[in-house]
Unconditional design. Structure first.
Length: 151
């Protein structure tokens, strides 16, 4: 039952707020990443496989994997924040568990602590191949909630 509740769609207002913010991120556009799911406390970002996001051995670059983990963790927390707030990453740590030539898929959640100022998120990145997911990276992130600047 709890897993099903985590997959409910976020409200149309929250989805629009997150997609608008995501579209302003130059790095996500440069990487070719896209949001595929927005639910309360959960945002999935998919990064298609292409030579520009790999390292010298043909695996996804750790920087690209880390970028989608950080971004989707931030937006997962953002789904729970009030309308007039925004967030910034304070720190994150990621463990790269397996090299991946497949398409990374961020399936993270805001699972540890959501406070008034600081939020701690669990980060997970999955490789998907032939319909099977495998965990390729995990970590933890701390975000600070800030008031959205006027204008």
């Amino acid at each position: 039952m709890e897993e099903q509740a985590q997959w409910e769609q976020a409200s149309p207002e929250i989805q629009a707020r997150i997609r608008t913010s995501f579209d302003r991120q130059g790095l996500m556009g440069l990487l070719g990443a896209r949001i595929t799911r927005i639910a309360p406390g959960r945002v999935h970002i998919v990064l298609p496989s292409r030579p520009e996001v790999t390292q010298q051995h043909g695996y996804f670059h750790a920087g690209a994997t880390s970028a989608i983990a950080d971004t989707s963790g931030g937006y997962a927390a953002f789904t729970l924040f009030p309308e007039n707030s925004d967030m910034l990453t304070v720190e994150y740590k990621i463990n790269l568990l397996a090299p991946v030539r497949r398409r990374p898929h961020r399936g993270g959640r805001n699972g540890l602590k959501s406070g008034r100022t600081l939020t701690v998120c669990q980060l997970e990145v999955f490789g998907v191949q032939d319909g099977r997911r495998s965990l390729v990276a995990n970590g933890q992130q701390t975000l600070i909630r800030v008031n959205r600047p006027e204008g």
